[in-house]
Design a protein around this ligand. Structure first.
Ligand code: PPS
Length: 365
């Protein structure tokens, strides 16, 4: 039997409630982008403010509504500009944002029936890109961040972001920060109690290093991984308020979701297997979504240069497609003692997580 590191679900929530507040706070303001001139032919009138909906990485300058620079990491690579709802664009905002476009523009925009809610650096972009190959899935390219940062914009704003779908097609989006957003489960449940939730999880130690690597790529002057990890290096006390550590305590975050959703409505995808056996993991996801298994091993090839599986044909294209250079970064070397200390720290939480999900992810072998 598995050890049970945390006695009850209510205790899990209680212990970390304050930390969750910390995680959310820097992200709360709406991100806006002041429109000046567009290179893609959009013209909605100069000087208007546009809500920026971010993707996972790098691109453009993100400014908060009050003009202060955004604080923490992940400016989007595939972020896009959205017009305010009262303006009808003469052209599509961006094909990437609109997801798969129906050639005749038919169909209706629906709220998503399935969401990839996390985890940050788990492999969420890879999963969404792979799923988009399925003809019955329509997905938003960028991260809407509706249930964390943009909730005040309302459900109609959110629905407008969605691509048009035909009968039987599933609308999806991915925003990895939902998994650690305290209010997200209640908000998603209020949209629809039937929403299917997908979480891509990855070894929390590697995930933390990946998270740190991303921040480092944008802010090369940040302290070392080691110094951020410990509250006290001598005693080895780990700083669980550091988001890179905090996010990996999956059992705690999951406990919050289980207050609103039954386990059957949440699918856990192994980030490791998504790399070693993408077709296998995609098979499980298609089953979970009630879709025919159309995405199979025939869709993938292993790109030696990239070091990752890639699509033989990207959605809407006939060309091979690997994820961009912000996916699959080289991680810095971390002192093995620090890694070991982190493994020891996460082990009981991982065991609890395996127990809760009924799946053994093998991070502690
Ligand atoms: N096929 C494929 N190609 C490239 N990268 C892949 C793939 N499958 C999974 N991964 C892993 O995805 C990691 C990034 O995770 P996310 O997309 O969830 O990151 S983010 O939170 O949206 O920024 C990224 O993490 P790093 O390797 O640390 O960069 C990859 O390991």
């Amino acid at each position: 039997t598995m050890p049970s590191p945390l006695k009850s679900s209510s205790r899990l929530v209680g212990v970390f409630a304050a930390d969750l507040e910390d995680l959310r706070s820097p992200r709360r303001k709406r991100l806006v982008y002041k429109w000046t001139s567009g290179s893609d032919g959009m013209s909605y009138g100069a000087g208007r403010r546009y809500t920026r909906v971010s993707g996972d990485e790098d691109a453009g300058q993100v400014v908060e509504q009050d003009g202060a620079p955004e604080l923490d990491s992940a400016p989007p690579e595939d972020s896009l500009l959205l017009p305010p709802l009262d303006i009808v664009p003469s052209r599509k905002v961006s094909p990437r944002f609109a997801g798969k476009l129906s050639p005749l523009g038919e169909g209706t925009k629906k709220l998503p029936q399935a969401l990839i809610i996390g985890v940050k650096k788990g492999g969420t972009r890879a999963l969404l890109e792979f799923l988009r190959v399925h003809p019955d899935i329509r997905a938003v390219g960028a991260e809407p961040h509706f249930f964390d940062r943009n909730y005040d914009n309302g459900l109609e704003w959110y629905r407008e972001l969605m691509p048009k779908t035909l009968e039987g097609q599933i609308t999806m989006e991915k925003t990895p920060s939902y998994f650690v957003t305290r209010e997200a489960p209640a908000r998603i449940s209020a949209m629809s109690r039937d929403t299917k939730l997908i979480v891509v999880v990855r070894d929390p130690v590697t995930r933390a290093i990946s998270d740190y690597t991303q921040t480092l790529s944008k802010k090369p002057d940040i302290p070392s991984f080691e110094s951020l990890t410990f509250k006290n290096r001598t005693t080895g006390l780990i700083d669980t308020s550091w988001s890179a550590i905090q996010i990996g305590i999956y059992a705690k975050h999951l406990d919050n979701w289980l207050q609103y959703f039954p386990m059957e409505q949440i699918l856990f995808v192994s980030g490791e297997r998504l790399i070693s056996d993408p077709a296998g993991e995609l098979g499980r996801v298609q089953d979970f979504l009630g879709l025919k298994r159309i995405i199979t091993d025939k869709h993938f090839y292993f790109n030696q240069t990239k070091g990752f599986p890639c699509l033989k044909k990207a959605e809407g294209s006939s060309k091979p497609h690997c994820l961009g250079k912000t996916k699959g970064r080289t991680h810095p070397n971390i002192n093995p003692e620090v890694v070991q200390r982190l493994r020891d720290f996460y082990r009981p939480f991982n065991m609890k997580f395996y127990q809760m999900t009924g799946r053994f992810f093998g991070w502690d072998e």
